[in-house]
Design a binder for this molecule. Structure first.
Ligand code: PSV
Ligand code: MN
Ligand code: MN
Length: 388
């Protein structure tokens, strides 16, 4: 069995935030398949998220999405989560479902539309204060479909102004992360399409503004680990949205489509200090479970991240550095691949048992009866409201 003792300190620090919308029904533009036992309330989503943490010890926070998770008592929600052993994580804003944002939100040329979008973010910050959440995540659907449709320059300038006002409302312990995505729902141009744009915007704001990297938001063939390296190097990687993609923004289980890519990303996270003490790098899932059960889908996901993190931590840095120094291409590559091919599953099972966690979280969850209970008790569960 692989010896994890040398990497235990960093491994123990691994925490993965889960999204409330992963527990709701989701699908594609063709069909949303309902799953039995789907949560009907925010509380039920949090309860499901708490199950993931209970069986894996890896997921102590759950992200909320406003307005999908709007509530009349956020302090109460915070307490409810705490009673279940989890906390409220990132607050995700949403300016992509209202008619008024059809042509843009924080970038819109009409100050009245921008005002409404800014106010929504100020409300999100209030919710952060009430729930104890540290991060505001902004993903914008803003963009255009046709050349000439709008003035891209004006929109970028308006975005800067809008973000400045939102940034100014952040508390000392609060941060803003700006997520980029290269296309969809806009198909000609997107106002925050890439890490460079996000970086330029957050760099102008200050230390509390960083980039959010969603692994599904890049063109095929993009070297994502390079972006991870660069943003960590610049001190500007705030958080990840993890998921897998085969084609577009598929939001499938992280590590399912390309475990090697996840490994390469985690190598750069480790290299850039993302698991060092005091690191504020957020590791979040942004996924939907269209056809599989949601709680086990999330359990599988956090375990995938843990497995690739353990492999990345096991990379023999000394040997790798020596091979690099002597330009031994094949030796360096072999050392890298040796770490990737290390089967850490038995060692992680033992790691779990030593922490009073089930050796096999998936089996433990299925045996717990929770899935049967929610299936029986919950009728008419909610749609996550976003399937892509
Ligand atoms: C849309 O692409 C998206 O999946 C973004 O990745 C956001 O993080 C998520 O929706 C939730 O708003
Ligand atoms: Mn995302
Ligand atoms: Mn996405």
């Amino acid at each position: 069995m692989t010896d994890l003792s040398a990497i235990e300190e960093q491994l123990n620090r691994l925490e993965i935030e889960v999204p409330s919308w992963a527990y709701g029904n989701s699908g594609t533009r063709f069909k949303v398949f309902a799953t039995e036992g789907t949560p009907r309330t925010v509380e039920e989503k949090i309860a499901d998220a708490a199950q993931v943490n209970r069986h894996t010890g890896l997921a102590p926070a759950v992200a909320l999405h406003i307005p999908w998770d709007k509530h009349d008592d956020y302090a109460g929600l915070r307490q409810y989560a705490a009673d279940l052993g989890v906390q409220i994580g990132t607050i995700n804003s949403n300016t992509f479902q209202d008619d008024q944002y059809k042509f843009g939100s924080l970038t819109h040329h009409d100050p009245a539309v921008r005002r409404a979008a800014i106010d929504h973010h100020l409300e999100c910050i209030e919710i952060m204060t009430a729930t104890g959440s540290k991060d505001l995540k902004i993903w914008l659907a803003d963009g255009t479909n046709y050349p000439g449709q709008q003035d891209m320059r004006q929109r970028q300038d308006s975005l800067t102004e809008s973000l400045e006002e939102i940034y100014a409302a952040l508390g000392d312990e609060q941060r803003m992360v700006l997520e980029y995505k290269f296309f969809e729902p806009a198909f000609y141009h997107t106002d925050v399409p890439d890490w460079g744009t996000s970086y330029a915007q957050v760099a102008a704001l200050g230390d509390k503004a960083k980039v959010c990297l969603d692994t599904g938001h890049h063109a095929p063939g993009t070297n994502i680990e390079f972006i991870v390296m660069q943003l960590l190097r610049l001190g500007k990687l705030g958080s990840f949205d993890f998921n897998s993609r085969f084609y577009a923004d598929d939001d499938l289980i992280v590590g399912a489509a390309d475990p090697f890519q996840l490994f390469r990303i985690m190598v750069e996270v480790v290299r850039g200090g993302g698991l060092d003490e005091g690191s504020d790098l957020g590791l979040m899932l942004d996924q939907c479970h269209n056809i599989e059960e949601k709680v086990p889908g999330q359990i599988r996901s956090v375990l995938n991240v843990q497995e690739m993190t353990a492999r990345a931590l096991l990379l023999d840095q000394e040997a790798l550095s020596a091979a690099r120094q002597s330009n031994d291409v094949l030796a360096a590559h072999q050392i890298f691949m040796d770490a990737f091919y290390t089967d850490v599953r038995p060692a992680l099972a033992a790691w779990r048992e030593s922490r009073n966690l089930p050796a096999d979280p998936m089996a433990a969850y299925l045996a717990s009866g929770y899935q049967d209970t929610i299936r029986a008790e919950r009728q008419g569960g909610q749609q996550a409201s976003w399937g892509a």
